[in-house]
Design a protein around this ligand. Structure first.
Ligand code: SAH
Ligand code: MG
Length: 191
């Protein structure tokens, strides 16, 4: 049962995907027959484990730069006997070398770096593949950035807006923005 991971995340303030978001994504994986997934931002391994639970053929490569998170993820993945299907890479996603080609790339790490993640990893997307980005609403804070008192938070929200504009203006890719969970971007190569 994955419920214990949700409880752990809540108690330790680990920002795992919201229930609606992970449900949407696992259904998407099922419906689109997705097999190979690249995830940026493992945290405790929750979303990687949930995605692998969709069926036995799914394989996930996931990247995490925080050593504590990485260690917990490895422990959880072993506990769920998924170590043969989930490969956790320890390192900064902007620095590590990753290869392969993927049906789904899931971006769920530092929001200020979303454009960089997209540019680095989108070449690994299969022609018919999908990039899903989490936290595009960022807890509703995006609505009135100027009223946010923290300078760091304001700057991060601006970068998130830059990413949204980047997706909107990208002719090679077409994005649908969904108000599900904390806001999802569903991006596909433009036909
Ligand atoms: N996908 C997870 C939640 C990820 S939370 C789930 O839903 O279960 C975001 C994680 O991204 C954090 O653990 C953070 O350490 C990691 N992260 C942030 N920036 C990163 C980067 N540049 N490279 C690798 N990991 C990063
Ligand atoms: Mg998230």
């Amino acid at each position: 049962m994955f419920h214990e991971l949700e409880i752990y995340a809540k108690q330790n303030n680990v920002p795992i995907m919201l229930p609606e978001g992970i449900d949407y994504m696992t259904n998407y994986i099922k419906e689109h027959n997705i097999k190979n997934i690249l995830e940026i931002g493992t945290a405790i391994g929750y979303s990687a484990i949930r995605m692998c639970m969709v069926n036995d053929e799914i394989k996930v490569t996931t990247i995490e730069r925080n050593k504590d998170m990485y260690d917990i993820a490895i422990k959880n993945i072993n506990k769920y006997n998924m170590n043969n299907r989930i490969n956790v890479i320890f390192g900064d996603a902007l620095e590590v070398d990753v290869d392969g080609s993927y049906d789904l790339i899931f971006i769920d790490a530092a929001k200020s770096q979303y454009i960089k993640f997209f540019n680095k990893y989108s070449p690994l997307l299969k022609d018919n593949g999908t990039i899903i980005t989490d936290n595009l609403n960022f807890h509703g804070l995006r609505e009135n950035i100027d009223s946010i008192e923290s300078k760091n938070l304001r700057s991060m929200m601006r970068k998130l807006n830059d990413y949204i504009e980047f997706l909107e203006n990208n002719n090679e890719y077409t994005t649908e923005f969904l108000n599900i969970g904390d806001g999802l971007g569903i991006t596909k190569k433009t036909n």
